[in-house]
Design a protein around this ligand. Sequence first.
Ligand code: ADP
Length: 385
Amino acid sequence: MSAQDKIRVGVIGAGQLARMMVPPAIALGIDISVLAEAPEMSAKRAADRVGDYKDAETVLEFAKTVDVITFDHEHVPQSVLRALTDAGHSVQPPAEALRYAQNKILMRQKLTELGVPVPSWRAVKTAPELQDFIYEHGGRAVVKTATGGYDGKGVRVVTSGDEAADWFAQLGDTEALLAEELVDFTRELSQLVARNPSGQQATWPVVETEQRDGVCAVVTAPAPSGSAAGAAALNEAAANIGTQVAAGVGVTGVLAVEMFETRDGRLLVNELAMRPHNSGHFSIEGSITSQFEQHLRAVTDLPLGDTAMREPHAVMVNVLGGPPEGAMPVRYAEIMAKYPTVKIHSYGKSPRPGRKVGHVTVTGHNLQAVKQQAIDCAAEFGEGA
Ligand code: ADP
């Protein structure tokens, strides 16, 4: 076999996202290797290497065995990403793009520069600076750590600058916190976009995301709208923002643009994730091309697949917590008999309160029935949605 007969993708991955890239890789005959942090991590089911992604030497060794390096999280340090690029490896998305997913202040700066609508924001270094921002924004604000936050950790609603005193105390000289207006949103949306290094882009229909305690719980695809015209307008507006952001930050692979829809119908960008995202899991069964297949196509600079829905509606519900007696399969016999149309995904994780241990997806024509079935089924696995 000549070198061109093989496409080898290396994923630096911690968990279920890398794991879910494996089925499409197998279907396409792409050699996928996953560098996981620890043997017990969910990605390990797909992984052949265990090593520290913060260690340049480990990652460089891994990179030698593949044609392209990609990720299932954004935590690989810039120094390691630069070392890979300097050694001539293909890193997708590139280090330059990943910066904006690693630091919320840089991201806000870049989006503002691009003219993308975002909540009113300011980088603040002290409690009095935060207090000024709070005064200017009606007595309340959201404060976020610039780095290291996930699933709502690192996000606080505050009415006084002192409520972030502990975070200010930990800031280095060059660091700041992100202060933002508390957006009065009616719902949260997510626009998934894929972009390959040649610049081709594809967007999925914008989806609605519902969070519980800062964690994504339910995703409805496409985001419900009162009318067909309303849906078309919303999709166009969200897709325009998504493609503008993707090209503007130079991302490759899948990008999730999380947005707020305000009471007066505006879309404000909140967060960027540069990898397949929880809000795109519906696409495994719901779309002609799933986000996981698309990510592989995009990072290897292949033509992107069609992103149209296979059925009018798809609803994904996370299984949070899981059955107290063990991993999700302990309930399969009972649940599969009861819900033959539900597609069940288990990440092979043991149960823990609030932990994402899997998800379920239902597709169909009747949104209310589809959503109810997905919620009921997920609930039977444990804490449910
Ligand atoms: P994380 O990186 O932890 O996911 P996010 O910035 O996405 O943090 O914030 C988590 C959640 O907090 C959001 O999904 C939203 O519900 C809420 N939130 C974040 N920023 C704002 C804001 N400016 N106004 C209102 N709610 C917000």
